[in-house]
Design a protein around this ligand. Sequence first.
Ligand SMILES: Cc1cc2nc3c(=O)[nH]c(=O)nc-3n(C[C@H](O)[C@H](O)[C@H](O)COP(=O)(O)OP(=O)(O)OC[C@H]3O[C@@H](n4cnc5c(N)ncnc54)[C@H](O)[C@@H]3O)c2cc1C
Length: 387
Amino acid sequence: MGNESVELHNDLRTAVREICAGFPDSYWRQVDAERGYPEAFVKVLTDAGFLAALIPEEFGGSGLGVLEASIILEEINRSGGNAGACHAQMYIMGTVLRHGSDEQKARYLPKVASGELRLQAFAVTEPTSGTDTTRLQTSAVRDGDKYVVNGQKLWISRAEHSDLMLLIARTTRLDRIEKKTDGLSVFLVDLRSAVGNGITIRPLRTMMNHATTEVFFDNLEVPAENLIGEEGRGFRYLIDSLNAERILIAAECVGDGRWFVQRSCAYAKERVVFNRPIGQNQGIQFPLARAHVNVESADLMRMKAAELFDAGRPCGAEANMAKLLAADASWEAANMAIQTHGGFGFAEDYDIERKFRETRLYQVAPISTNLILSYVGEHVLGLPRSF
Ligand SMILES: Cc1cc2nc3c(=O)[nH]c(=O)nc-3n(C[C@H](O)[C@H](O)[C@H](O)COP(=O)(O)OP(=O)(O)OC[C@H]3O[C@@H](n4cnc5c(N)ncnc54)[C@H](O)[C@@H]3O)c2cc1C
């Protein structure tokens, strides 16, 4: 990496930090307490063009790589914020960009880049099939120039704050396909007209503020022109976008981890008990040092994965490993931060408990730790397939 790109990253980091400085802990604390949507923050970030980082310049974005995009999200979390409120606006459009028609790209991407359209809901998970996406049951049946969709999705985040939703549904019945990855298709659903006309969205209150929902489809009509790519190939399109998502989430975890370490060091230096700063005790110092070591080493894998991705090289193993290492590192750092802060770790005013709740999600979503280990076992180490 040459000096020029280091410089670019520093400029980028500084620019994001300047925006984040306008949204202090008290802002995120209030949004969290209200289970509200950080509308003001998302607007400023969008207006500054940061959420259009991955959209090519010809469509109005800044045409940056996943590495730069990941730095933007890392800095948000590192500032104490929660990029989960808007990260998907960056990468969901990738499916349209890579597999959409020229007409679809021209129609949607410039508006997604400007923020006129929010495309930040991605409807994959279902209550019965869970992680086993190939068994999803929501169906889309072709009827002339439209598809009729029926079924249910669970944990669909930001659906209430999105104009468009990327939906994966079954277009060929499971008992009529040869390969289990066949028969699924991807659609762009216009939520502005669909809600109340075939779609019902029900918010789900969770441990952290994540604007997640349940989405019900009852004879929803989707114009056939909203099918992305070829019918039946949706699972492959989905897989394509997962590496980018994993690298970006890994970067958010790195941001969280750095925040926990920085806050805990500051506290450990200033909190005096038994006439000495608690950070002088190695019982406090070592977990802090270990958390730092873990976060920084996870960051190396995240950088490696991002560089491979941006060079157009295979990066499935690195993207998965980065996500696992970074999620583990941020979670361990979160635990350390509670311990370092003693009782104050649980006090809402210190924000540790909020970030602790937020970072815990990444052990489970968008892919759980076990599923990553199984990917590494089977695809990297060549061990026998387990399921
Ligand atoms: C706050 C939140 C936001 C989310 N946002 C979205 C979203 O926007 N869009 C979307 O589509 N989904 C979303 N999800 C869903 C998320 O991706 C899933 O929760 C996650 O993939 C796990 O699926 P599941 O909950 O069905 O767990 P399950 O598949 O039921 O798994 C439960 C546990 O069993 C383990 N397990 C399952 N099978 C195996 C196996 N063979 N070997 C070992 N362990 C196994 C899993 O690792 C997991 O720990 C969100 C979830 C949450 C909680």
